[in-house]
Design a protein around this ligand. Structure first.
Ligand code: NDP
Length: 338
């Protein structure tokens, strides 16, 4: 059973050498004496920036840290190979938290969802139809309070969350600008994902001025995936009664001495609402999210960009690439296609 193990707690930006591949033992039979366990063959694993948060020795997070020497855990799509659980049969496909390994024994099955939609690629259940798609959906509709005609700015806009936020905003009748870290991503935003405008933030000498030029009348909604200097620049460009949805701060993971945000006073001056959120607080909306996004996708009203790395052994590189912008679209690792 090939496995990806955390070697030690990570300091700064994650490196491939923070993880290692090892051969572990696995039983393909669900353990007896544990009620309702299943054994799964892992097919697709999701690479998510929040996993970096589980690689540090902190207990202040909403999710406990990984332990050095143990297998990394993340969202995945897997096939049931043995089960003592009446809710899951051999041959079922499931999605939920699993191990970064070829086979996993899962005891906490309450968090798993049986896959019942098969006319889209299975891997979409960790992206567009999974946690990241859901994050875009609840972040946009529940936190941003969008209105037709709003001026919307999305950072890390070509990524897993950002690409769907921008498309939902367009469908809502908003004007949408995205930032991303390469010419290729900017091209995708403008020509495939339907953003009105997009720019490469790495080539902008002054982010405040760049945003001013894209939003001469100001920003109504900033969907923040990156934090740091971009958040500060966006705050200066917000309109009165603007909303900032703080989804994540991927730029801050590698920074040992994060600089404070200087422009928070604009919250008062412009009566802005800035709100952080975690998608798992909104799971009651998942039954509404899933058919909505499936329908939009099947009708061709939204598209989805996925970046697939082949092989579990390439998992660490794929994960590390999230923090250098190597991924183009939702980063997934294929362990096995069936
Ligand atoms: P992405 O697919 O967007 O991948 C991460 C991207 O972040 C990279 O491709 C890169 O894009 C960008 N990035 C990396 N480093 C930096 C940096 N220093 N400055 C600016 N941009 C950087 O990831 P996700 O869509 O999965 O996640 C996006 C955000 O949403 C993250 O902050 C994540 O933590 C958050 N999140 C929050 C959830 C919640 O419930 N609140 C749930 C899921 C995700 P580029 O080339 O454009 O720089």
């Amino acid at each position: 059973n090939k496995q990806v193990v955390l070697k030690e707690f990570v300091v700064g930006a994650p490196k491939e050498t923070d993880m290692e591949i090892r051969q572990g033992k696995v039983s393909l039979r669900a353990p007896t004496g544990v009620e309702g366990a299943i054994v799964v063959k892992n097919l697709y694993l999701s690479c998510d920036p929040y996993m970096r948060g589980r690689m540090r020795d902190y207990s202040d997070s909403y999710i406990p840290p990984f332990q050095p020497g143990s297998v990394i855990e993340g969202f995945g799509v897997a096939k049931v190979v043995d089960s003592t659980n009446p809710n899951f049969c051999v041959g079922d496909y499931i999605t939920g938290l699993t191990g970064w390994e070829e086979y996993s024994t899962i005891v906490r099955t309450e968090q798993l969802r049986k896959i019942e939609v098969f006319d889209v690629p299975l891997s979409y259940h960790v992206g567009l139809l999974g946690m990241t798609g859901f994050t875009a959906y609840v972040g946009f509709y529940e936190i941003c309070a969008p209105k037709k005609g709003d001026y919307v700015f999305v950072s890390a806009a070509s990524g897993a969350v950002g690409q769907l936020v921008g498309q939902l905003a367009k469908l809502h009748g908003c004007y949408v600008v995205g930032s991303a870290g390469s010419a290729q991503k900017v091209d995708l935003l403008k020509n495939k994902l339907g953003f009105d405008e997009a720019f490469n933030y790495k080539e902008e000498p002054d982010l405040t001025e760049a945003l001013r030029s894209y939003f001469p009348k100001g920003i109504d909604i900033y969907f923040d995936n990156v934090g740091g200097a971009m958040l500060d620049a966006a705050l200066l460009n917000m309109r009165v009664h603007g909303r900032v949805a703080v989804c994540g701060m991927v730029s801050q993971h590698a920074v040992s001495d994060p600089k404070g945000i200087s422009n928070l006073y604009t919250l008062v001056m412009k009566r802005i609402r800035m709100e952080g959120f975690i998608q798992s607080d909104y799971l009651h909306l998942f039954p509404k999210f899933l058919p909505t996004i499936i329908d939009l996708y099947k009708q061709g009203r939204i598209v989805y960009i996925e970046d697939m790395n082949e092989g579990l052994e390439n998992g660490p590189a794929a994960f590390v690439g999230l923090f250098t912008g190597n991924n183009v679209g939702k980063q997934v690792v294929c362990v096995s296609r069936e």
